[in-house]
Write a protein that binds this ligand. Structure first.
Ligand code: HEC
Ligand code: HEC
Ligand code: HEC
Ligand code: HEC
Length: 232
């Protein structure tokens, strides 16, 4: 009897843990509220990263990295992980059913899988609109939102043999500083490249408290007013 109860409790706990684990969903939801960031991001190389895997695209760069410029790499498991959103994760990119909302390096590659924290964005946005009530940012971090981007960038940009980053594992990026030194990655410089992330837009400070990204103040000091959308 007791053991059966324990088993039932264990199953319930597992079910709760599975339900709480955030999934990837793609950029459709994010972009319907954060229209300015979406439109700016769409112009970046990250947004177009899947196109680079098509035959004939970036032929010179591919030859230099000893890749076949005529091959279609868009379903290749050795490539798509870094050129799409959430490959090999729940809800993430599936080469057999390639969703346009998951192709390319999207919102969730940097900000974290969004199925849980986006619900809190909606709730917090409403509380702020109605009652000027703010929400603790800490609960976003607990729901899987990323505030320290460096490791996420490194998992793609510094993922090669002999990399200064300790977490490197296969499949590696073919584009390393050995192929051309322009492929070297300087995080502090790269994260300030608005043409590679997206431009920054003014926040109303709906969320307060730690954790705050180290460069939040710097980016916000130059940010433009945002055009917001309603969730679709
Ligand atoms: C229902 C609308 C809605 C959706 C969907 C949504 N957000 Fe938000 N998000 C908000 C609101 C409202 C804020 C608070 C903005 C402010 O302070 O001006 C916010 C804040 C943020 C912030 C800043 C948080 C901070 O530290 O203050 C980031 C980053 C962000 N959202 C990214 C995303 C991403 C990525 C997704 C998709 C996974 C997403 N949002 C989905 C409404 C939404
Ligand atoms: C999922 C893998 C992935 C993540 C995570 C990622 N990147 Fe990238 N990044 C790429 C790929 C792939 C390209 C090249 C896209 C192309 O041209 O096809 C790229 C391109 C860039 C470029 C060059 C853009 C240009 O115009 O030449 C910069 C700068 C950059 N990333 C910075 C960052 C920073 C900073 C982070 C973290 C905040 C980051 N990336 C996170 C995969 C990633
Ligand atoms: C571990 C992550 C990772 C894997 C795996 C990966 N890439 Fe990339 N790829 C990147 C990053 C990061 C960049 C951006 C490099 C930069 O501009 O500094 C990039 C850039 C590119 C570019 C653009 C290069 C240029 O100079 O414009 C092409 C083409 C490309 N990758 C093709 C591929 C192909 C084909 C594969 C599979 C054989 C592959 N990638 C596997 C991370 C990866
Ligand atoms: C390559 C990484 C990267 C990608 C992809 C990315 N972001 Fe960001 N985002 C950042 C960084 C870095 C910041 C600055 C940190 C901060 O202040 O929160 C930021 C800030 C934000 C903010 C805070 C306000 C602002 O404009 O600075 C929002 C909202 C946001 N991103 C939404 C999105 C949405 C929506 C997408 C997808 C359409 C997206 N981001 C894609 C890296 C990224």
């Amino acid at each position: 009897m007791t053991s059966r109860l324990l088993l039932a409790a264990a199953l319930l706990l597992t079910a709760a843990a599975v339900a709480a684990a955030p999934n990837y969903e793609g950029r459709k939801k994010c972009g319907s509220c954060h229209r300015s960031q979406l439109e700016s991001w769409e112009k970046t190389a990250h947004a177009k990263a899947m196109d680079s895997l098509a035959p004939k695209a970036k032929a010179e760069a591919k030859k230099k990295a000893k890749l076949d410029p005529n091959k279609d790499y868009r379903q290749d498991a050795d490539c798509v992980g870094c050129h799409s959103t959430g490959f090999n994760h729940e809800g993430g990119f599936d080469p057999k059913e390639p969703s346009k909302y998951l192709a390319g390096v999207g919102c969730e590659n940097c900000h974290g899988p969004g199925s849980e924290y986006r619900l809190q964005h909606r709730k917090a946005g409403q509380a702020f609109e109605k009652k000027k009530q703010t929400t603790a940012r800490q609960q976003l971090a607990e729901a899987g939102q990323e505030f320290q981007f460096e490791e996420r960038c490194a998992s793609c940009h510094l993922n090669y043999e002999g990399s200064p980053w300790k977490g490197a594992k296969k499949p590696h990026t073919p584009f390393t500083p050995k192929v051309d030194k322009k492929y070297g990655f300087d995080y502090a410089k790269a994260v300030r490249n608005d043409k590679a992330m997206h431009e920054h837009f003014k926040l109303e400070d709906v969320f307060t408290g730690l954790p705050v990204p180290p460069f939040r103040e710097e980016f916000q000091s130059k940010a433009r007013p945002a055009v917001k959308g309603k969730e679709e």
